[in-house]
Design a protein around this ligand. Structure first.
Ligand code: G4P
Ligand code: NA
Ligand code: NA
Length: 189
């Protein structure tokens, strides 16, 4: 997706040769027009598939997921990383280890929002080691629903997540695929 790649080139900052800071349009300040374009692109990539729900994880996956759900006219569910005070105990959980943060979270979704007859598109902002997406896919499986595919805004292709998810049989559509951060420059695949 050229518009997104351009934006990463102009506004992205590379930290420690491995992290891309995109706080000005995705991770803190959000550019709604770009989010809508990203939603349209996800809808395009998965055209022809039956999708009944979008599943993401708080917080940065929510904006693009809502845009996608708005176009498809389907609900958007986001997994929580810690248990909210007001939630039922009837939850699906999955353990997600974050290499970036060096900690594990038990992500959770109330059982009432995912059913056996759902066809779920999983969406997230970044794909690095694939832990978050794999945890979301695991929750879909627990609900005996179907994973249609995984839509990612920015894939760091030099980390193992994309390959791991493909090997597990999931269709992964990433809108920007980063090959490397060599010489302080973002190089796309
Ligand atoms: P994984 O799910 O692919 O295994 O990724 P990892 O544990 O490494 O990522 C942990 C958090 O860091 C995730 O956000 C993920 O989106 C984010 N992340 C990973 N690599 C990058 C990067 O290069 N740049 C930025 N900006 N974020 C990255 P999170 O903790 O769930 O936070 P949020 O969704 O609330 O923003
Ligand atoms: Na995320
Ligand atoms: Na993030």
């Amino acid at each position: 997706m050229d518009l997104l790649k351009q934006r990463i080139r102009t506004d992205g900052l590379i930290l420690n040769n491995s992290l891309l800071k995109v706080d000005s349009f995705l991770n803190q300040q959000i550019d709604p027009a770009l989010m809508l374009k990203i939603g349209e692109e996800f809808v395009n990539r998965f055209k022809g598939e039956t999708i009944t729900k979008i599943l993401t994880i708080e917080s940065s996956g929510i904006a693009v997921s809502v845009m996608t759900g708005l176009i498809l006219k389907v609900p958007v569910i986001f997994a929580r990383k810690r248990k909210p005070k007001v939630t039922s105990d009837d939850v699906y959980t999955a353990k997600v280890y974050s290499y970036t943060k060096g900690e594990s979270n038990n992500i959770m979704i109330s059982k009432q929002f995912l059913h056996q007859d759902d066809s779920v598109l999983i969406i997230d902002d970044f794909l690095a080691n694939g832990e978050a997406a794999a945890g979301l896919a695991d929750i879909v499986k627990q609900a005996q629903a179907k994973v249609v595919g995984i839509g990612i805004v920015i894939e760091k292709s030099f980390q193992p997540g994309a390959q791991k998810l493909a090997q597990a049989g999931y269709r992964v559509e990433s809108l920007a695929r980063i090959k490397s951060f060599a010489n302080g420059q973002v190089e796309f695949l």
